[in-house]
Design a protein around this ligand. Structure first.
Ligand code: C2E
Ligand code: MG
Ligand code: MG
Ligand code: MG
Length: 277
């Protein structure tokens, strides 16, 4: 009896693995064709200065318009793109498109682009960024690159070298999802960073949790002392935005301010937000 159960369990597990593997393979095959078929699109979410309420940047968020599945979330396809190396050409497209879009905005608004650790490892990141800026005639100071902790966990010398070269172009570096993972304070000392993005999990706990508020305040003060800008991600309520302002956080981003929108809708968004301010 127990033997049969064991085999049955194994078979169910095995089938599940197969299904997941097949799903991944299907995504992979579709992903290979997606660039050619122009199925990718950038959505943009504004980042506002809390004190002035002005839009300071738009973060580019990648969307995949799949012909059968509809809009596929980056959480689903970015891991597959990273494992297959497809994130390198996809990431190049993102950089180029984001710079082209930003070139049409008013000059004080920056564009923020997310980078994968795989783009760092492939050795051609600086060239990709240089080309994207040149192709759009965009000055480096209009581009902000968002990196995650996993990039800082790679070879320290090499990473610091790449970040320094990017900064020579005028590009600013932000650390995304700060406060999750290890978030060692040594990062802030060992790497050239301009901006800290406080992870949305802290922001969403602000109303109920005194410790979340204390952490936001501490990061804000640390940022100020280190001459870094502090951005709060995932702001969903007016109350959260007020608390963030009180904690001297510099910038905010989240559904309360605006959801990510296709590039064609940004003019409308700028009008709506200036009406609110
Ligand atoms: P992220 O860079 O931390 O981006 C913030 C995510 O939070 C976005 O999810 C955004 O839509 C979502 N968000 C914004 N405001 C709120 C809010 O108020 N509440 C909640 N619950 N969520 C909010 P999205 O667009 O699904 O992207 C997920 C992640 O995928 C991004 O996290 C980023 O790590 C990655 N990603 C997106 N685009 C790219 C890309 O072009 N390249 C790379 N390598 N990664 C990307
Ligand atoms: Mg980001
Ligand atoms: Mg984030
Ligand atoms: Mg995130």
């Amino acid at each position: 009896q127990s033997k049969a159960d064991g085999r049955g369990t194994y078979r169910v597990f095995h089938n599940e693995m197969n299904t997941r593997l097949q799903e991944r393979r299907a995504i992979e095959a579709d992903l290979r064709a997606a660039l050619q078929l122009r199925q990718f699109e950038l959505y943009y979410q504004p980042i506002v200065n809390i004190a002035s309420k002005q839009i300071v940047a738009f973060e580019a968020l990648l969307r995949w318009n799949h012909p059968q599945k509809g809009v596929v979330s980056p959480a689903t396809f970015i891991p597959v793109a990273e494992e297959t190396g497809l994130i390198v050409p996809i990431g190049d497209w993102v950089l180029q498109q984001a710079c082209r879009d930003a070139a049409s905005w008013s000059h004080h608004i920056k564009v923020a682009v997310n980078l994968s650790p795989v783009q760092f490892k492939c050795g051609s990141l600086e060239m990709s960024v240089t080309r994207a800026l040149a192709g759009a005639s965009l000055h480096g100071s209009r581009l902000e690159l968002e990196i995650t902790e996993s990039i800082l966990l790679q070879d320290e010398e090499i990473t610091r070298g790449i970040l320094n070269k990017l900064r020579v172009l005028g590009v600013q570096i932000a650390i995304d999802d700060f406060g999750t993972g290890y978030s060692a304070l040594s990062y802030l000392r060992n790497f050239p960073l301009d901006k800290i993005k406080i992870d949305q999990s802290f922001v969403q706990d602000l109303n109920q949790s005194a410790s979340a508020a204390a952490i936001v305040k501490a990061i804000s003060e640390l940022g100020k002392a280190l001459d870094m800008t502090i951005v709060a991600e995932g702001v969903e309520t007016a109350e959260q935005l007020t608390i963030l302002g009180d904690q001297r956080c510099t910038e905010a981003q989240g559904y309360y301010i605006a959801r990510p929108q296709p590039a064609g809708k940004l003019m409308q968004m700028l009008n709506d937000l200036s009406a609110v301010a």
